[in-house]
Design a protein around this ligand. Structure first.
Ligand code: GLU
Length: 449
């Protein structure tokens, strides 16, 4: 048997992945990358009502966009025979027992317990039912749901993130593993799958710490070896709000559509709440080298979505032409001009897609701003002949300076306003040859071109 780690990311395809889900996905994928292990994508789709094919396809697509290509893939809806077999074993051991209470009955009991100052834990009344009582309930048409009988003891583990951890299972209700309609809740299938494929490290959010107490008992009851567990802090917004609810605008999909670089999203999702400064890391290998589960913070990982803009801009400013060649072509920027253009404009961009705005400044139409007509007329009369090249801007502005005595901002700003209609932008020595003589001359004459 191989000893290389096997990790998994196990979303339910009941919605689009958001930046908070990107955190466990990436922590697992980077862990595998760093340790030479494998990464399993498992779709936890036992909730048939809420799981959809559209969301399932989107999970793979969004992970691909982040740069995660799973080594293994399966979905729980294909594996019910395994869960049925495990459920039978637990029934044989007396660990899985039928319960007939309705939601209303359970709610009434909970209220009564709370009223008496008792913890609202399931009282195991169903365990006391006789055969005859059970038969009577079934004759009424009631179908049982099934609970796992927990050992009332402390389950302890050495958490990869949190260190020595424990859950006191005496304080928990016996969890329902099987619904009355025979479908499974997440708890049992997850353990059966992890055991069957030999998941070595379960890395997931700290909202699953209590589940780990229960699941360790399930691994034991099924005679399976127990993986290592690591529970990472959850991403929250700057005011501490959890991410799961109000996430429309932070879905990976919408971030992609808004033109953010996957590396910016990755870096923010992973480095927030880590020991490392939050900064854009372009390469997956480098990011993998920075993530150490043992050094994640225990505090919630607060992040400000606005940070994405800064991270993205920093990545774009350094981005080599080879990384954007195809995207510039898709924006309609001619191949022959694209590299020079890219190197000139990238420092002015927050997102690659904004290159199209600067290309419009090159190709027009631009409505010039003629702030100083006499000065611009003089400059126009000195505009060099074709062909425009890298030296054209300097030669021209030197000539205008010699003629008018203008220098610095007084020299450059009126020219920039006339040529681009804007008071800021990329280096004109690169833009001017791309604009070309014909358009430049028209703009200097005040024409929209
Ligand atoms: N489907 C579960 C979830 O999305 C998986 C949790 C786990 O990693 O075990 O929360």
């Amino acid at each position: 048997m191989s000893t290389a780690p096997l990790v998994r990311f196990a979303p339910s395809p009941t919605g689009f992945l958001h930046i908070g889900n990107a955190r466990p996905a990436l922590l697992n994928a980077l862990f595998a990358r760093r340790q030479g292990g494998r990464f399993l994508l498992r779709l936890d789709d036992t909730d048939r009502e809420r799981s959809t094919e559209e969301f399932a396809a989107a999970v793979s697509e969004d992970l691909g966009w982040l740069g995660i290509e799973p080594d293994l893939f399966f979905r729980q809806s294909d594996r019910s025979a395994l869960y049925d077999a495990a459920a039978e074993r637990l029934k044989d051991q007396g660990r899985l027992y039928p319960c007939y209470e309705t939601q209303e009955e359970l709610e009434r009991r909970r209220k009564r317990q709370l009223g008496r100052g008792l913890p609202p834990i399931y009282d195991r009344a169903a365990l006391a039912l006789t055969e005859a009582e059970r038969a009577a309930l079934e004759a009424e048409g009631r179908r049982p749901h099934w609970r796992f009988k927990l050992d009332h003891r402390i389950v302890a583990w050495n958490d990869l993130v949190r260190g020595e951890s424990h859950v006191d299972c005496a304080s928990l209700s016996d969890p329902v593993l099987v619904r009355a309609d025979g479908s499974y809740l997440y708890t049992l299938p997850s353990v059966v799958d992890d055991a069957e494929v030999g998941v070595s490290h379960v890395i997931r959010g700290e909202d699953h710490v209590t589940n780990t107490g229960v699941q360790v008992q399930l691994f034991e009851a099924l005679g399976a070896s127990i993986p290592a567990f690591g529970h990472h802090n959850l991403l929250t917004t700057a005011d501490g709000e959890g991410l799961s609810k109000r996430l429309g605008h932070l879905s990976l999909r919408s971030l992609r559509e808004a033109g953010y670089e996957p590396a910016a999203v990755r870096s923010l999702a992973v480095l927030t709440g880590s020991a490392e400064a939050v900064r854009p890391i372009a390469s997956l290998d480098e990011l993998a080298g920075l993530v150490d589960l043992a050094h994640l913070s225990r505090a919630p990982a607060r992040f400000d979505p606005a940070e994405l803009d800064g991270m993205n801009a920093r990545l774009v400013h350094e981005m080599p032409f080879s990384d954007v060649r195809d995207r510039l072509a898709a924006l309609g920027i001619p191949a022959g001009d694209a590299e020079a253009f890219w190197l000139a404009v990238r420092a002015n961009l927050g997102r690659v897609s904004e290159a199209a705005d600067w290309w419009r400044v090159v190709a027009g139409p631009v409505t010039p701003v003629i702030a100083e007509p006499d000065f611009i007329a003089t400059a126009a009369s000195r505009l060099p002949e074709e062909a425009f090249g890298p030296g054209t801007w300097k030669a021209w502005t030197d000539a205008v300076k010699a003629r008018t005595g203008a220098k610095g901002r007084a020299l450059f700003m009126p020219l920039r306003l006339a040529l681009t209609g804007l008071d800021h932008g990329p280096d004109l020595s690169v833009l001017l040859p791309l604009i070309g003589r014909e358009r430049a001359a028209k703009r200097l004459a005040g024409e929209t071109a």
